[in-house]
Design a protein around this ligand. Sequence first.
Ligand code: M6R
Length: 610
Amino acid sequence: MCGIVGYLGPKSVDSVLIVGLTRLEYRGYDSAGIAVLDKNEIVVRKEKGKIKDLEELLLSHPVEGNVGIGHTRWATHGEPNRQNAHPHIDTAGSTAVVHNGIVENHHALRLELIDKGHVFHTETDTEVIPHLFEQYYKELKDAPKALKATVDRLEGRFAFVLLLDKFPDRLFFARNGSPLVYGKGRGESFLASDVSAIVPAAKEHFHIENDQWGWITKDGLHLHNGTSEPLPFELTRTQFDVKTLDRGGYEHFMLKEIHEQPGIIRGIIQNRLNDEGLVTLPEMQLPNDFLNRVTRCIITSAGTSWHAGIVGKFYLEQFARLSTEVDISSEFRYRNPIADGETLVVAISQSGETADTLAGIHQAKAKFCRVLSFVNVTTSSIARESEAFIDLMAGPEIGVASTKAYTAQVMSLLLYAQFMGGIKWLGSKEDRLAILREIRLLPEKMERILARAEELKHWAHELRDSKDFVFLGRQHNHPTALEGALKLKEIAYVHASGYAGGEFKHGPIALISDQIPVVCIAPRGELYEKMISNIEEVRSRKGRILSICTEGDEMVRSKSDFCFEIPECPDYLSPLLAVIPLQLFAYYSALERGCEPDQPRNLAKSVTVE
Ligand code: M6R
């Protein structure tokens, strides 16, 4: 939800900002802009569209300087056009701001400032920030004091960076709710929404906390909070493999990330499971006596992470006999759930920055619940605000559609359920070893599926004109149906709905005609026969069947228009395999329909607004 970056140092600031913004483009890509101090004057360049459009503008309208700020936008207030693109400036053109978040009281502030003679040019909430600063600077004649006064007036979540023409050697910043990291290089300093924007130059970094504000010079960070005393802080050595930000020869990040799944699952198994089938979670610092007392879990998450949570519910109930609810974060945060100190709240988030999930964590903590989060970014707000976290170990996920993080979430939830089962002395050593044997076979089975990606390309081509899809699955694969439908909607812009197979006859079956392909997830297992009934129901109404079934299942194949076989596995592992062909189908459908899979319209990778 918007990416921001700031730079002070010897390099040409426009190139540093463009590199940083390109890395942050996953956070929003409807418009972009930079402001540079060019011969003591703030020069702004902004453009509707992606960073490459901004780059083109800079070729025809270059800027020069060594200090500046940049922004890539996911619009909240005001149409995504050049005018509403950041940076925004004050009336005198002396202050420029880039901002990530929402200023909730912007309307009242705008009216107050207009009364005082400020002139506004955009529809954005952000524009009040440079004007407020301008006003307070005029009154207080002191930049830090004016910044603090500005911050005190803002309601909502924000991280922003200010460029001032009167301070060519500083960039000012403030954070409350949206992420902001300071990076220190050799004689240069950075600010950014995440560390990926400033590597490898930022050798060390520090995550700015909520309610902190201050400024950077090329030599360091000056940090404050409510008091006027500078705050101490400790820099961390930056360890970030820049290669993970590369498409690695794949046409899109999404395809690369789909193909990374076997390796990621292999890594999780190696790190977490010993030869006895015992699970180790060294980073999860929740005391065993508390975990032993837990009888109830509430999982809260959004989108794809919510689907992983539904699979997790099956695992926690099956392997740890823990009564588990799963709630969409944006519902959980407002529903005043019945929960107390013996309830474990589990938050799942790839980015660790999803505003709804974060707000749910605050709710849970207010009820004295302990919060355990499953995150892919271990320095994220969700990781830091939870009592303990489990690292998903999926590596940076850049494609907006979540793929490898999903399978890493499902795998981590499975192992966590095993771990909890162990704490509660459930399951024998033989059970554990049998599960271990099956889990160890997974990566190779995933590879076998990926090797047949062409079959899904063929599906996508043949079904390129279909406008609606239905996805059906039962139990562990109900969430797979939801996830398959979500993938198709978000990157190929095709309407699709996922249902639990048994629920289909209670209404959605009315949709079926020869125009509606139905994806039936029907691997062999406990509810296999029930899925066959679903297939028959669709066939008898002339619906087209696309099935995901177990290798060698001639019966399902004979009843299907298209059939993709996945290797045999126990029920509880089938979501990890069955989802892969659906990810590939969505990916190729996006290409068939001329859509850009890595950056689908209207979306952003991390949703840091409500
Ligand atoms: O970062 P999170 O896992 O908290 O994100 C949650 C959702 O926004 C995310 O899964 C979204 O639904 C993806 N675009 C799905 O592919």
